[in-house]
Design a protein around this ligand. Sequence first.
Ligand code: GTP
Ligand code: SPV
Ligand code: MN
Length: 592
Amino acid sequence: MSSRPAFGSQASSNPHVRDWVRAMAELTQPDQVFWCDGSEAERDHLYAQAVAEGVLVRLNQEKLPGCYYHRSNSNDVARVEQCTFICTEQEEDAGPTNNWAEPKAMRAKLLALARGAMVGRTLYVIPYLMGPPGSPLAKVGYELTDSIYVVLNMRIMTRMGEIARLELGDSEHFNRGLHCLLDVDPTRRYICHFPQDNEIISLGSGYGGNVLLGKKCLALRIGSWLGRKEGWLAEHMLIMGVESPTGERTYVAAAFPSACGKTNFAMLIPPEHFAGWKIWTVGDDIAWMRPGPDGRLWAINPEAGYFGVAPGTNGKTNPNAIATISRDTIFTNVALKPDGTVWWEGHDDPAPSECTDWQGNPWTPESKDKAAHPNSRFTAPMTNNPALAREALSPEGVPISAIIFGGRRATTLPLVYQAFNWVHGVYLGATMGSETTAAAAGAVGQVRRDPMAMLPFCGYNMGRYFRHWLDVRRNLDNPPQIFQVNWFRKSSDGRYLWPGFGENMRVLKWIVDRCQGRAGARETPLGWVPRARDFDLEGLPGFGEANLDEAQSINIEEWRRELLLQDELFMRLYRHLPKEMIFQRELLVSRL
Ligand code: GTP
Ligand code: SPV
Ligand code: MN
């Protein structure tokens, strides 16, 4: 037998990759460089290694085959927007909604922090592909990381290894991403993007969107920058196919802010009443969309897995997710039960009489704190999803008929309405507000503007981003219809006015029928809304027309306040805000 290590020794033959990896290894000084190939043998080796290092716990393989458990540092459990920077030559290119830093100075600071950061550690080289191979939108990235947890997550979330190497060939056009854990100190945490160099440097975190660089950093922040340059859209959207009883498939993309229901909606199972209807998941978090030669908007999911919110996931809210995470899944910051399985608030099983919480402390139902962190997550391959659309693997993607914007709003926003036209729809997206969630560090439950659910992810000036949305319309003969939804409106005594989850099919059916020209609507100051006879309420006990009216009501006082909040954003963006947005605002004021 050879004494040479079987894994990680196959360096890339691409000279641009080799030169850059060599330079980064000289800087960070790892003990060894490990080149990932994405094979199954490599996966087994890496899981064994991660368990041996104590980074992962192997879960009960009888009940959860192929599943592992991870706890991140308790100061490092969500994205950190205050540590996230867009580094462009001109501050105006990042715009008022992003943290900006001058690229030369920032790079110097980051490289100084990274100097020698991997002494005694392994530098993993991860080639990855975002999008199906051969797709006109697919992009290759390389992430260099000293976190084996990142490697194993990227393996699930992207098309990782040989497939990406092949797609890149000898080209120099790939995203360069460097990630170092350092000592996971929040005061030395930086998530920095250099869009002009197609480069990302992430330091001092080990969590999700901060470190799985293909996801929010490349697919959204750098992606949106590239999209503006190249005439396409990189969006924080799920993509689904809605199949009717006749077999017709209508494709829908929906932008909801972080932890506001994308994964749940993308995996929806229609209630019994909707016999013959079927939802197919194309993607649950990110959409890349380009005008196709036929004048429609075509979308791909650049990812290959789901990094989903665990709390609240159960057999009632999301049975497809439960099936998806039954094997080959990494659980992060949930609770660990003595039998080597996992638990979270809102799990199907009752709270265990004892377990270990997300911080590693003993937990019982009497404990004051939550057992799982509210932003605890599962990482699972999309191929586990029983509702995976075959089109998710198609290089062209799917033609989008409807775009839905939705926030988490206890008041003001009705359950559903339809924009009058594209420009009005862009205005709906641009003025979206939502309550903050545990997906980002900071206060939870505060309403803030989150245009198109992209506030934390737009890699350039938000005003120009709205302009880009308006411009994309010029290449669409057949643009999607645009809708606004709100699953989260509450009564004065704090109950949700809409049952949500699977019942969202009722809203979706109206949307699809509107796109197919077979549903009626009534005009309101906000947009088109379903009348009672346009909206299927059958088989929904305890919810009648009066309830629908309440969920749909428009309160003029609340809308006055809403317009003031919109103004705050518009003032910040004023220099680059398209005039059409101000015009739409005036029209809304006069209609109200
Ligand atoms: P990110 O992965 O952070 O981008 O989140 P996401 O948009 O995919 O959100 P997800 O589907 O994971 O849902 C987040 C939370 O919202 C969970 O706690 C869900 O239980 C809850 N949720 C999802 N859909 C609904 C709904 O229709 N009604 C209500 N009331 N809650 C919902
Ligand atoms: C989000 O916050 O929108 C997520 C989770 O999808 S993370 O990957 O951490 O950004
Ligand atoms: Mn997300």
